[in-house]
Design a protein around this ligand. Structure first.
Ligand code: RB5
Length: 152
């Protein structure tokens, strides 16, 4: 499994911790930056880089960290094929995967601890998508995306 990961300056330390956590699970990590928190890193271009990989063939999913997770989730959801979810607690993480099959997990480094971020990540990785009645809803999301593309 390959996971693309990125953050802004606020999420940098949590990203670095999650990289080690994922490596310990033998998950390949593609780091989309930044490589320091010594200067501001804008969340939009990092979200785009991770989201494009997660929606395409370059990764099986993506993880994005900013202070709240909010900017990252909004930006990632503008990339076609992405279902990004802001999960700062376990209940949401479980159902975001089982019911919505999110392919990009967003978390807030100023909201939750590193330990909780790792537990949320584990739940997201290990919870299977339920499928069944949830499939038509994902299809509707794809249709909405197609309808609203190009500013329509
Ligand atoms: C950065 O200060 C902060 O605005 C950002 O990390 C994030 O919380 C935005 O949603």
């Amino acid at each position: 499994m390959k996971i693309a990961i990125g953050s802004d300056h606020a999420g940098y330390a949590m990203k670095e911790g999650l990289k080690k956590f994922l490596a310990n699970r033998s998950i390949e990590v593609v780091d989309c930056g930044p490589d320091t928190d010594a200067k501001p890193a804008e969340y939009v271009p990092i979200a785009k880089a991770v989201a494009e990989k997660a929606a395409g063939a370059e990764a099986d999913g993506g993880i994005l960290i900013c202070g709240t997770g909010m900017g990252m989730s909004i930006a990632a959801n503008k990339v076609p094929g992405v279902r990004a979810g802001l999960c700062n607690e376990l209940f949401t993480a479980k159902y975001a995967k089982s019911d919505v099959n999110i392919n990009v997990l967003c978390m807030g480094s100023r909201v939750i601890s590193q330990r909780l971020a790792e537990e949320i990540t584990t739940l997201w990785l290990d919870t299977p998508f339920t499928g069944g009645r949830f499939i038509p809803r994902l299809q509707q999301l794809s249709e909405l995306e197609a309808e609203t593309r190009d500013g329509r």
